[in-house]
Design a protein around this ligand. Structure first.
Ligand code: SAM
Length: 298
């Protein structure tokens, strides 16, 4: 089944979401911002604590986020000038903002970004088409619940590097989950090999290798309150980032080596360290012996 989360990777995990909510408790800002919004999980956190949609500002540069962003902010999807230059397998319309049509567009995007490099992907793509009505209905339901939460937010196609003046406003709150591995990740993730084109802005995907540290410095000096989310796997170290001056408010280490951090550019008393939850521990189960499991064919 295709859910919104399966269309996009990089959603902040539960502990992270809870910590942002805890941090915001008792604080009010004039507006709440989620640049590089991805699939709008940051905006969803804000909506969950009843920040009104009209106070939430999101931006990104990808077609995936822009389709979602135009839908949620009630901007006409036809302004994106999307064109499917292949068989329109999900019968998407390029001009209609209905939930079902947004599902058709997002499924088309998913379909054309999947490269048939092995049999599994080829058969998965075939099954998407064979069961398309099911997938369209299913995705429409997730979209509808996202729309019910975020309908009326602001969305703009905007370069993360171009947020300047607003950062000097202490009445603004930012939740930023920037790309931290490589700019290629998103280019590959959204590449349709020309099968889908749109009025793509001339903005380069953020290149963390050279752009992250200058950005962190700029954020640190901002008057706005900024919570930064950094999720690294074992190959990448937090030392790669210049985080001097930032306050760590959340840390979770997974046994896989993944570490999730939240940092804020202000002082804070909140410090949450979570123990890993996905360690597989053997339990002593007196009802079954290991022998009972040896011949299971599942
Ligand atoms: C780590 S993801 C954010 C995930 C997000 N928290 C979510 O809820 O899905 C990073 C996002 O940055 C966007 N991005 C990449 N380069 C950008 C740029 N120059 N300006 C703005 N956004 C950019 C990508 O399109 C992607 O959606």
């Amino acid at each position: 089944m295709i859910s919104l989360n399966k269309l996009f990777f990089g959603i902040p995990k539960t502990g992270t979401r809870k910590t942002i909510i805890k941090y915001l408790e008792g604080k009010t800002f004039e507006s709440y911002h989620n640049p590089s919004a991805g699939r709008f999980a940051g905006a969803e956190i804000l909506a969950n604590i009843r920040i009104p949609s009209k106070e939430i500002y999101c931006s990104d540069i990808s077609l995936f986020s822009s389709i979602l962003g135009y839908y949620l902010s009630n901007k006409e999807i036809k302004q994106l000038q999307i064109s499917i230059n292949d068989e329109n397998v999900f019968e998407a319309d390029m001009e209609t903002n209905t939930t079902e049509n947004i599902a058709r567009l997002l499924l088309s995007l998913k379909y054309f970004t999947m490269k048939e490099t092995n049999n599994y992907i080829s058969s998965y793509k075939r099954s998407l088409i064979e069961n398309k009505e099911f997938h369209i209905q299913n995705l429409s339901e997730s979209l509808k619940s996202l729309y019910d939460k975020l309908n009326g937010i602001h969305y703009d196609i905007l370069d993360l590097l171009k947020i300047e003046d607003e950062l000097q406003d202490k009445e603004k709150f930012y939740f930023i989950d920037p790309p931290i591995y490589s700019s290629d990740d998103y280019i590959k993730m959204f590449d349709t090999n020309g099968k889908i084109t749109w009025a793509q802005p001339e903005i380069s995907y953020f290149d963390p290798k050279v752009q992250i540290n200058p950005l962190l410095k700029k954020y640190l000096n901002a008057k706005a309150t900024i919570i930064l989310y950094i999720s690294v796997n074992k190959e990448k170290k937090l030392d790669d980032f210049n985080l001097q001056g930032w306050t760590k408010i959340y840390l979770k280490k997974e046994p896989t080596g993944r570490r999730d951090y939240l940092l804020v550019n202000k002082e804070s008393n909140i410090r949450i360290v979570e123990r890993p939850t996905d360690t597989i521990t053997s339990i002593n189960c007196p009802i079954y012996s290991l022998e009972d499991f040896k011949n299971t064919s599942i």
